[in-house]
Design a protein around this ligand. Structure first.
Ligand code: DC
Length: 233
């Protein structure tokens, strides 16, 4: 590997473990493409809700995943997400989508299509990719694999703050309600048949409960540097 070699940084972990914040910072710092795979499952869930397709309707939801393209763009406040040409950057963060997305993400045909799209987006570039199955399924060849964890209480607190900073209100910023949702989603995501949430055997586990954002970023920076050195050696 030399400087021109593409590097894949895979960041997996449960909801609220800090993946998005950390992945975004790392991608900016290194000039890598940021790929938020959760946003893709959320976009499919949003579209199903919008079209009135029940999330239990596997064939109906799969058809959406296969026929409605998901695109990422650059907005004034960061990355935007659209599906079938419709900007859904904010709509995919509502409690309705939160409640529906795990059911969508457990459908094998949906996962197959999302993985295909994720590999196509990453293509021949360096990426920081966050999700649940990045180090295990999407990019098992990633040079850097990290599994972020944190206590459920800490994750709920962070998600509440993040939502409040996005101007959300009500259940979206209620820590207890968020905690309940997080525990439910962890359960579904960890026990589904296809690509359950788990750390890859060769992933570095980082418990972020009592770490600052800068500390986590610095720890992963070291892993990226090591990967570069190893590749050069
Ligand atoms: O990271 P997030 O909260 O935006 O993820 C939304 C949902 O999508 C969550 O239920 C887990 C699921 N997901 C997945 O199954 N695989 C991924 N690579 C990313 C997210």
């Amino acid at each position: 590997m030399d400087d021109a070699t593409n590097i894949i940084v895979a960041i997996d972990g449960p909801a609220g473990s800090g993946k998005s914040t950390i992945a975004r910072l790392l991608s900016r710092r290194h000039g890598f493409t940021y790929l938020d795979t959760g946003a893709m499952y959320r976009a499919v869930a949003w579209r199903a809700l919008r079209l009135g397709v029940p999330v239990e309707d596997e064939a109906g939801v799969s058809l959406i995943a296969q026929s409605d393209p998901i695109e990422f763009g650059e907005g004034a406040d960061g990355q935007t997400v659209s599906i079938a040409g419709c900007d859904v950057t904010d709509q995919i963060r509502t409690p309705e989508v939160d409640a529906a997305v795990s059911s969508v993400a457990r459908i094998p045909a949906v996962r197959k299509e999302m993985v295909r799209a994720q590999r196509a987006i990453a293509g021949q570039r360096s990426v920081v990719c966050e999700g649940r199955d990045i180090g295990t399924v999407v990019f098992p060849q990633a040079q850097v694999k990290v599994f972020l964890t944190a206590s459920p209480q800490m994750r709920a607190r962070r998600r509440a703050r993040q939502n409040a900073s996005r101007g959300m209100q009500g259940a979206s910023v209620d820590e207890a309600a968020i905690l309940e949702g997080i525990v439910k989603r962890d359960e579904t995501d960890s026990h589904r048949e296809v690509a359950p949430l788990r750390a890859a055997d060769d992933a570095v586990r980082i418990d972020t409960s009592s770490m600052s954002i800068d500390e986590v970023v610095a720890a992963i920076d070291r892993l990226i540097e090591q990967a570069r050195q190893t590749g050069r050696g």
